[in-house]
Design a protein around this ligand. Structure first.
Ligand code: ADP
Length: 360
């Protein structure tokens, strides 16, 4: 949608024509983005390529890069981000504070570390690969908790006493020109470990938001990053700012930029890809975003209920992705409410969250 006013010719690869982006691009290719052949066949005739999920076949992206295709983000950066162990090492090498962690090749290796008392309970277990939206994160507070964990490469992380979860979005183009949005604050849905409410801008001390900006600038400058990057942080109860993870693509924590900033995160990505000057990241208005998650008791053809009041609410914006099927906690869309007063936004969100349901 951000590309439409510039009339850029877009091609999209996804598994089914029923998927959300299909009606909005010029050329839709049905295929599996985790398949080497499908990604090569899709990308070999295109000029610029980007991703909006990390699980795109990495070998194919590397091969396309060798063919001279421009890829955002660079496949090497994506490879690092895809492994939470490598990602934490990356932060450590740049002297960016993170929760303390140990990395393991298997669950058995983690267990023997526990036996040798090198690791102590409780800790947060994280799958090193393919964990997103809380799917690969578990609190381990007793030995029995290990029984339900998969035997895969993993991390054991210090259980942080979180005061606030924060995120920042930065973009950098080929000439090294950078743009940074104001940090946001994220409140998580504890049952699904999914982002529940996002508040823009984050209410933090000036020093914290400066620290986040400087960290973001350090990361993109040290890596000659090109594209858009979201970085999530924890602010703990002792006031430590700890980097948690990165997403090298447009992100949930930037949805509000469509309504709240002159240049949205999507236009910002296009600008970085096209080597255009960065767009204006300043704040037009405050915002609050909440995800529309599938009702925990419903699976099947999706129906959104209770949207009349949302449409009645001034400056409330529905983004319904049009996914055909709902599942418990599946991300089906989001709502942005914009305005001038944080408390008013929170009140409106509390009310609308109760009235809108995604069921069958
Ligand atoms: P995902 O890749 O699934 O988004 P995250 O690493 O962001 O996984 O973890 C999901 C959520 O789990 C975080 O937003 C936070 O609420 C909680 N969490 C993750 N790591 C820790 C930690 N070390 N200590 C405390 N809570 C954590």
């Amino acid at each position: 949608m951000a590309a439409a006013p510039w009339h850029l010719e877009l091609h999209i690869l996804d598994k089914s024509r029923d998927f959300p982006a299909a009606p909005y691009c010029h050329h839709f290719t049905e295929g599996d983005f985790s398949s080497y052949e499908d990604v090569i066949n899709f990308g070999k005739n295109l000029d610029l390529l980007t991703i909006e999920i990390e699980n795109v076949n990495l070998s194919a992206l590397k091969a396309l890069k060798k063919m001279g295709k421009e890829i955002f983000p660079d496949p090497e950066f994506l490879e690092m981000v895809k492994d939470k162990g490598k990602q934490n090492n990356f932060f450590r090498d740049l002297q960016i504070p993170t929760p303390s962690f140990s990395s393991f090749e298997s669950l058995a290796e983690l267990e023997s570390s526990l036996m040798r008392s090198e690791l102590e309970l409780p800790f947060v277990w994280k799958s090193r690969f393919e964990g997103y939206d809380g799917k690969g994160v578990r609190l381990v507070s007793k030995m029995e908790d290990l029984e339900s964990l998969p035997d895969s490469p993993c991390l054991a992380e210090e259980l942080v006493e979180i005061e606030k979860e924060l995120a920042i979005i930065i973009s950098r183009n080929a000439e090294g020109r950078i743009a940074v949005y104001d940090p946001v604050e994220m409140i998580f849905e504890s049952r699904a470990n999914l982002l529940d409410i996002l508040i823009y801008p984050a209410k933090t001390e000036e020093g914290v938001s400066l620290d986040m900006r400087q960290t973001a600038m350090k990361i993109v400058s040290k890596t000659d990053y090109r594209g858009i990057l979201a970085i999530e942080f924890f602010l703990d109860k002792k006031g430590r700012l700890l980097a948690n993870e990165m997403a090298p693509r447009p992100h949930n924590s930037g949805h509000h930029t469509i309504e709240c900033c002159p240049c949205s995160q999507y236009e910002q990505l296009l600008r970085a890809m096209l080597s255009l000057p960065p767009g204006d990241c300043s704040r037009i208005q405050q915002g609050l975003m909440f995800n529309l998650l599938g009702h925990p008791a419903h699976s099947g053809p999706a129906v959104i209920r209770g949207v009349d009041l949302l449409h009645e609410t001034p400056n409330a914006h529905l983004h319904w992705y049009g996914k055909k099927e709902t599942r418990p906690f599946r991300k089906m869309g989001h709502v942005v409410i914009a305005g001038r007063d944080r408390n008013e936004l929170l009140e409106k969100a509390e009310f609308l969250k109760k009235t809108i349901k995604v069921t069958t």
